[in-house]
Design a protein around this ligand. Structure first.
Ligand code: FES
Length: 347
């Protein structure tokens, strides 16, 4: 019925009337409605959402982008569902309020049951393969716990290898899902969990070699997953490299870049017919935003591809691994690349 209507009338008109009947009805847009809301910790809220039929399935440990309208402006951020029911299309996300985070503040303060948000296809490589099990050390800091919770809920009953979760927070009251994690540890012999506080009295609670050594003694076929702030996952990646253990890391934010604001290059936005002078070394996304230009973005860490656009000429540098890209035309992700020469972008 909806496809017949859509073939006769513009999609936007069909969607407008469908949404007046049911906010989840749409001819092509992936949408989800908030069905349940619960405060998981003093600064976190857990939202349960039900997706419409345009949302493809996703694996435990993956992420999705959520788009909401805040003060008339569409804002997108990525979240990792902590629970997924692929039969009903329901999933839950835990949102930690960040003072400077427009979307996290809006979701934690203004979201309510019945609201509808846009969502993207799933993305991310932090997934477990039960057919090729490995002893897995999960390193979580803050809301980096959510992909691990999803992995544990989705895999623990069928995953045969040992799993150790080390979960850091500044204070005890900021730890989420403690009762559930303890229950999982008491009912699954291959799972251990340990909580570590970085602003408590005990010294040496920060991630260190000892944490890896203890885990690696349990198996010689191991992998490390780390999710948290940039500095935390960089330490985890460095330790994994030191011990030659494969690691998948996901940081909340792109790294802070020290750049020379005096060294600028001309970046031309071809479709907008604008040229701006941007500092070398800063992500193109942040540098454009500083000029009052706001390209679309989601995760800001090179995962979701939302900020990707075509580079028509010039050179860019990847701000994490420092690889240069001189090819054109080619796609660049604006959040993790900086301009290293004059550039033309299809923006
Ligand atoms: S915003 Fe997700 S890849 Fe750039």
């Amino acid at each position: 019925m909806t496809s017949l209507l859509a073939s006769m009338v513009p999609t936007s008109v069909v969607d407008f009337w469908l949404e007046t009947i049911n906010p989840l009805w749409s001819t092509q847009q992936a949408l989800a409605r908030i069905t349940h809301l619960e405060h998981a910790a003093s600064d976190s809220v857990t939202l349960t959402l039900k997706a419409n039929r345009h949302v493809q399935g996703f694996l435990p440990g993956q992420h999705i982008n959520i788009t909401v309208e805040v003060n008339g402006v569409r804002r997108t951020r990525s979240y990792s569902p902590a629970w997924v029911n692929s039969n009903t299309g329901e999933f839950s996300i835990t949102v930690k309020r960040v003072d400077a985070g427009i979307v996290s503040r809006w979701l934690s303060q203004h979201s309510c049951i019945g609201q509808v948000v846009e969502i993207s296809p799933a993305f991310g490589d932090m997934t477990l393969d039960a057919a090729q099990p490995k002893a897995t050390l999960m390193l979580a800091a803050g809301s980096g716990i959510t992909p691990f919770l999803s992995l544990l809920r989705g895999h623990l009953t069928s995953y045969p290898a040992p799993i150790t979760l080390l979960y850091w927070a500044k204070h005890e009251h900021e730890l989420c899902f403690v009762d559930e994690l303890n229950a999982l540890a008491s009912t699954h012999a291959q799972f251990q969990v340990q909580y570590l506080l970085t602003q408590a009295d005990q010294p040496a609670q920060r991630l260190n070699e000892q944490h890896l050594q203890t885990h690696l003694e349990r198996s010689n076929n191991s992998q490390i997953f780390a999710c948290g702030p940039q500095g935390f996952v960089q330490s985890a990646a460095a330790l994994a490299k030191q011990y030659d253990v494969p690691a998948v890391t996901e940081a909340f934010y792109a790294p802070e870049i020290i750049f020379d604001s005096n060294h600028r290059v001309a970046v031309t936005l071809q479709r907008s017919q604008k040229t701006v002078m941007l500092p070398v070394g800063q992500s193109i996304l942040s540098a454009l935003e500083a000029e009052g230009i706001n390209p679309a973005y989601g995760c800001r860490r090179g995962l979701c591809n939302t900020c990707s656009c075509t580079k028509l000429s010039g050179s860019t540098r990847h701000i994490q691994n420092q690889d240069s890209n001189h090819e054109s035309p080619t796609n660049v992700r604006l959040c993790i690349n900086s301009a290293s020469s004059d550039l033309t972008l299809d923006l």
